[in-house]
Design a protein. Structure first.
Ligand SMILES: Cc1cc2nc3c(=O)[nH]c(=O)nc-3n(C[C@H](O)[C@H](O)[C@H](O)COP(=O)(O)O)c2cc1C
Length: 306
């Protein structure tokens, strides 16, 4: 079975922000974590309304910062900014399927259609930073273009150190089962991604030649998932975890932004629990941090509030 440092937390836009990574880190000290995707335009432009443009990673352990974009110079400069901010490696997004990124901006998954541009970006980024560079990609654009291996070969030639492979095409988006190919003869280490939820999924990836596994949606409402999947351990007091996550979010975003933003996390944390729908309805009307804390304490009977 893979070691703790081979089980990655996937980048999830709107989710794997600094407060979420802080809580994941408490359970998985050695796991490689990836930031949300960061726009090279926003980062290089220093856009003030985007807090993540100013994150520092020095104290976060093994954290990779993910950039997306289609402009070679901006991608190079963005990578430098993130490496200077303490990111332990730089990941280039080559899999995001949303139209705003992949079709309108020619970035993310679109780079699977334009290997020449992908190559220019990878070469520029690898040359610009001293930390390792990885890519995160998919099987291909659609069923007719399952050419992930071509892109990985180019990546290896550019000096990219490893790749995460999501076992779906761009046209599959996030629907249908992920299908991971055998990667024994890939020129760089490949990390398996897509529907990895159990220890058996991880063992299957290992047998197919992967060098690690990357967990995405299984972390929603379960920031302990990386550890739970391999060791079967979950926290005793989930409410205390939820409260800490809320506290970290308030510290980072301020109460006005953090409380409404936290509703989705509260909804994921309570999935499958008795009276969860009533809890969700109540939480969706709350904008005050103390009120939200009280609801969380009432719902889970938190040790901290007892
Ligand atoms: C809400 C959401 C946000 C995502 N954001 C990103 C992102 O910022 N960068 C990226 O490379 N992939 C992103 N992904 C894709 C995931 O990292 C992962 O590849 C995908 O969810 C498949 O893994 P899973 O089945 O374990 O969730 C996102 C997926 C979801 C559902």
């Amino acid at each position: 079975m893979f070691g703790d440092n081979q089980i990655f937390a996937a980048p999830l836009a709107g989710i794997t922000d600094l407060p979420f990574r802080r809580i994941v880190r408490e359970f998985s000290p050695a796991a490689p974590l990836v930031t949300e995707m960061i726009s090279c335009h926003s980062l290089v432009g220093g856009h003030k309304n985007c807090l993540r443009n100013f994150d520092r990673y020095d104290d976060e352990g093994n954290v990779g910062a993910q950039i997306f974009g289609a402009d070679v110079d901006l991608m190079r400069d963005a990578a430098k900014i993130l490496a200077d901010a303490g990111a332990k490696w730089i990941d280039i997004n080559m899999g995001c399927p949303v139209p705003k990124v992949a079709t309108r901006a020619g970035a993310g998954a679109f780079l699977m259609r334009d290997h020449k541009l992908a190559e220019k970006i990878m070469r520029a980024v690898v040359r610009a930073v001293d930390v390792p560079v990885s890519i995160k990609t998919r099987l291909g654009w659609d069923d007719e273009h399952r050419d992930w291996r071509d892109l990985v070969d180019i990546a290896a030639d550019c000096g990219v150190r490893f790749a995460a492979l999501h076992g779906r095409t761009r046209s599959q988006l996030y629907v249908g089962p992920a299908n991971l190919p055998d990667v024994h003869d890939a020129p760089i280490p490949i990390i398996a991604n897509g529907d990895i939820k159990t220890a058996d999924d991880i063992l299957r990836a290992e047998k197919l030649g992967y060098s690690g596994a990357m967990i995405g949606r299984a972390m929603l409402g379960r920031p302990w998932a990386l550890r739970a999947i391999t060791r079967g351990v979950a926290p005793e007091n989930i409410g205390d975890v939820v409260l800490r996550h809320l506290m970290y979010s308030i510290e980072y975003y301020g109460e006005r932004t953090a409380v409404p933003m936290f509703r989705k996390h509260a909804a994921w944390y309570c999935v499958g629990m008795p009276h969860s729908s009533e809890f969700r309805i109540r939480v969706n009307t709350i904008s005050d941090a103390d009120e939200l804390k009280n609801e969380i304490c009432k719902f889970w009977g938190c040790v901290e509030c007892a």
